[in-house]
Write a protein that binds this ligand. Sequence first.
Ligand code: ADP
Ligand code: ZN
Length: 434
Amino acid sequence: MTNDSPYDELEFASERDLGALQLERLRWSVGQAARSPHYGRVFAEHGLGPGSIQTLDDLQKFPLTAKRDLRDSYPFGVLAVPKEAIVRMHHSSGTTGMATAVFHTAGDIERWAGLVARCLHMAGLRRGDVFQNMMTYGLFTGGLGLHYGAEKLGAFVIPMGAGNSRRQIEFMHTFGTTAIHIIPSYAMALLGTFEAMGVDPRGLSLRLAVGGAEPYSEEARSRLQEAWGMPFYNCYGLSEMCGPGVAFECPEQQGLHLWEDAYLGEVIDPESGERVADGEMGELVLTSLTREAMPLIRYRTRDLTSFAADPCPCGRGHRRLARIQGRTDDMFIVRGVNIFPIQIERVLMSLPQVGRSYLVVIDREQYADRMTVQVELTPEAFAGDLEQLQSLRDRIADALRRETLVRPRVELVEAGHIPRQEGKAVRVVDKRDD
Ligand code: ADP
Ligand code: ZN
C-alpha cells in the first residue's frame, strides 16, 4: 500500500526508516528536554543526556516522568525554550485534580496540525468535506487541535464548540455537514435532541465521525454508529502530548495507530515500572520526539491499554494501541473489588432495554460500601409494567455482578434523568468521603 496522503509522507514509513528516524529524534528530544529546569536537573542527577542513547532501548535508562513532576514545577519548569518562542498555551482540564499548563512554539503547532491532518485523512476526510467541530474550544485541546488539523487538510471547518444542541443540528442541515468531531457521551445525548426535533441523523449528509477525549466501550461505539449511520473513529490524545492526534484508528477500526514518528510508546506495569509484553494491559508511557517547547521524556499517562501483537491489515507500520480502558485513577474500589467504569458501560450498552446514559453512585450503608447504578431505560422499556421492570432490574444487577463481582443496587430511571455534560462525561460519584 502506498501513501496517498499529501499531508505526511511518514504514515507508511518502513520499520527500518521509522526506527532510524526515531533514534535520531529521540536524541534530539532528550537534548531539547535538558534545556528545561526540570529535566536539566533530573538528567544531571542521573548522569544522562543525548549521548546515553545508542539504541531505542536505551530510553529505559531514563526515569519516568509523573504528572506530579509537572505540577511540582508548574508553570514553567518543563519549558525548554525562551518564553518569547511560545505562541500558544493549552491547559489540561484537571479531571483528576492536577492541572497542567502546556506550551507550544509555532513549529509545535504546525507539526501537531500535521499529525491531526494525517489522522483525519486516514479516516477518509478530504477537501470539500464540511467538518463540524463540536468540541469545546479554548484551553481544552479538542477544539483548536482538530480545528487546525482539519483546516490544514483543506476541509471546510465549522468551529461550533460543544453544546447548543438544536443549533448543532440546524447547522448540520443548513451547511451540509459531512463529518463531525464530538465527545462520545455528547454524541449519545444529542440523539435525544434529534428525536425531539423529529430529525433522523441518517437522513443528513453525515459520513464520518471522530470521537475521543473520554473512555467509551466498543458497545457504545456500535450503538453510535448504528444510530448516526456512519463510522465513529476513536481518537486518542492528552494535553501533555499536544492533545488529540497522538493515536487514531484507521478504517479497520481495530485499535489506534500510535504515530511513532512523533511519540515513542511503552506499556508498563504500573506497579513495577517494567515494560509488559505486547497484548498485555498496562500503563501507557509516552516520549515526545518532535516537541520544542515542552518535550516530555517517558511521561506516565496513567491510561490503561496494550500494544497489538500483530500488524494491522492496513499496512501502516505504526503500532496499534487497544481502546483505552480508562486511567489508573478512574478505578474505584467497592468492598475490596477493583472496578473500572468501562466494565459497567460494556454490560449496560449491550442490553437493548438500556438507554443512553448511566451513573454509578458509591456511598456507605452501615459502614459497608454500597454501589448504586442508575440506568436510563429506553422509553419503550420504561413503559413496561412493574413486574417487567423488576425482572429487568434483577437481570441488569446479575449481569453487572458477573462482570464486576459486586452486585450493585440498580435504579431504573427515565431517559434524560441523568444530568448531561457537554465535556467529558462524569460516570462515577463517590460519596464515601463526604
Ligand atoms: P485531563 O487530564 O484534565 O482530562 P486532557 O484533556 O488532556 O485533560 O485529557 C486527556 C485524557 O483523556 C487522556 O489521558 C485519557 O485519559 C482521556 N482520553 C483521551 N482520548 C481518549 C480516548 N480515545 N479513549 C479513552 N480516553 C481518552
Ligand atoms: Zn491500520
